[in-house]
Ligand binder design. Structure first.
Ligand code: 13P
Length: 250
């Protein structure tokens, strides 16, 4: 059975209490017909997680964090733990986003440690992988994704504990997207690797595509084999756009 689709929004370092009105509008537009077809999640910046969880109560829109520290507490000024996100109402957390890998120098091992911490707190770890433009041009996209996947996803991954997001770095925030054939090729590789390492249960792990997903391209991208949803950046900030992307699953 194909995994139930998920459209998740990564607000990155955007949003404010005022932006929670967009979340309210998403809840409003998430009608019974859409709820029957697709799960929705919003990952706001950490200071908004608690308020967003409260605002989303009863809407069935899940709330997630954008990263977490590997430790559950301690002298790590400025950091947020998986336990804190769970306590604030999150049910998932993104780990290993390319912006964290690039700007915070997170390695595959760092990402795996964060994913493990998230899972230990009962959160679903949304593990991000994806090649840079130079890596794609050098014909290394599949090798890079396979390496990141193998080293960033912890042992024993299940559909409850792990979601994988394929986000080609060059497609993030650029308006560029891979061809549907390229997406299919990478997602097939991810599925194959997950099943061979984690067993048959891994067939149910949700594989999201991310990178310039918009209402105009959502239907094509979401129709690709082994694409079980989207991880949306810019277009998740506005309810109308986010709901229009989710509508690809109507
Ligand atoms: P954009 O949708 O803005 O390209 O961002 C994608 C992304 O990085 C989601 O995590």
């Amino acid at each position: 059975m194909a995994p139930r689709p998920l459209v998740a929004g990564n607000w990155k370092m955007n949003g404010s209490r005022a932006a929670l009105k967009e979340l309210a509008a998403m809840a409003e537009g998430y009608d019974a017909a859409l709820r029957a077809k697709v799960d929705l999640m919003i990952c706001p910046p950490a200071p908004l997680v608690f308020l967003a969880s409260a605002a989303a109560l009863g809407s069935r829109i899940a709330i997630g964090g954008q990263t977490c520290h590997p430790e559950s507490s301690g002298a790590f000024t400025g950091e947020v733990s998986a336990a804190m996100l769970a306590d604030a109402g999150a049910s998932a957390v993104i780990v290993g986003h390319s912006e964290r890998r690039q700007y915070n120098r997170e390695t595959d091992a760092d990402v795996a440690a964060r994913a493990k911490a998230a899972i230990a707190e009962g959160l679903t770890a949304i593990v991000c992988v994806g090649e840079t433009q130079a890596e794609r041009e050098a014909g290394k996209a599949l090798a890079v994704v396979a390496r990141q996947l193998g080293r960033s996803v912890p042992e024993g991954a299940t559909p409850q504990t792990v979601i994988v997001a394929y986000e080609p770095v060059w497609a993030i925030g650029t308006g560029l997207t891979p061809t549907t054939d390229d997406v299919a090729e990478v997602h097939a590789l991810i599925r194959k690797r997950l099943v061979s390492r984690h067993g048959r249960q891994a067939a149910g792990i949700r594989l999201l595509y991310g990178g310039s997903v918009k209402p105009a391209n959502a239907k094509d991208l979401m129709g690709v084999a082994d694409v079980d949803g989207a991880l949306v950046g810019g277009a998740s900030l506005k309810a109308a756009d986010f709901l229009a992307i989710a509508a690809a699953f109507r």
